[in-house]
Design a binder for this molecule. Structure first.
Ligand code: ATP
Ligand code: MG
Length: 205
């Protein structure tokens, strides 16, 4: 697997059109050959609530990219026993690629602004280009305060602003409000079929 690979990490609980739009616009604007979605196993940043089972999140991510030639889903973080760290995932992609492969790690602006809390974050600029998609509610002004090495590795991608989040989708399902056109149709059917997100969210701590 050579060429330019975009990696889009996330909890995807559930995956929604904001994720797909950020991935597609990054692919198109930066001329990436493919995008690999990497659902997290145990997200280090989301310890304060019980996350939906990895297999449900993986299944929804698969359904969301079904039929999109350039998009695929990786189980690497799901199958890892230890907590998911981006730096390990990137090293794994590099180790596994037979041909030289340029990596682009894609996040939304909110996630990138937190980068200094990620494990070994200063290693990230040596492994990949950091791509960040604009997201409603988060200002690009915050990027100024990031370390220079991070700023140098950064590519800002402006995308049509779509103010949807997984949190909002879960709340809508719980309250019986619709989620049509916020998530791909197959994801909507899966959520309904499996009865996901109907109960109030339980905190782990
Ligand atoms: P939650 O509300 O549970 O945090 P989320 O919608 O933020 O869910 P995540 O799985 O946390 O989804 O995010 C995965 C990645 O997608 C992050 O880098 C996040 O910034 C990005 N992202 C999510 N929604 C959008 C959006 N609407 N526009 C741009 N980027 C987004
Ligand atoms: Mg989030």
């Amino acid at each position: 697997m050579g060429g330019k690979t975009g990696i889009m990490g996330g909890t995807f609980d559930p995956i929604h059109y904001g994720h797909l739009l950020a991935a597609e616009e990054s692919r198109r604007q930066l001329g990436l050959d493919r995008i690999v979605f990497v659902p997290t196993g145990k997200p280090p940043h989301k310890r304060n609530r019980l996350v939906t089972s990895v297999e449900d999140r993986y299944a929804m991510t698969l359904l969301a990219v079904a039929g999109v030639r350039e998009f695929s889903v990786s189980r690497t973080e799901i199958d890892r026993k230890s907590p998911s760290h981006t730096v390990d995932t990137l090293r794994e992609f590099i180790a596994q690629s037979a041909r030289p492969c340029e990596l682009f790690f894609i996040t939304g602006l909110d996630a990138l602004l937190d980068i200094e809390t990620w494990a070994d974050f200063m290693q990230l600029p040596t492994l990949c280009t950091l791509v960040t998609a604009t997201r409603p509610g988060y200002s690009v002004a915050g990027l100024e305060n990031l370390p220079d090495a991070v700023k140098r590795a950064l590519k800002l991608v402006e995308i049509p602003q779509f103010a949807v989040s997984s949190t909002e989708i879960r709340a809508r399902v719980r309250d019986g409000r619709g989620i049509r056109f916020l998530v791909p149709h197959l994801v909507e059917l899966y959520i309904e079929h499996r009865g996901l997100y109907r109960e109030p969210e339980v905190s782990q701590i």
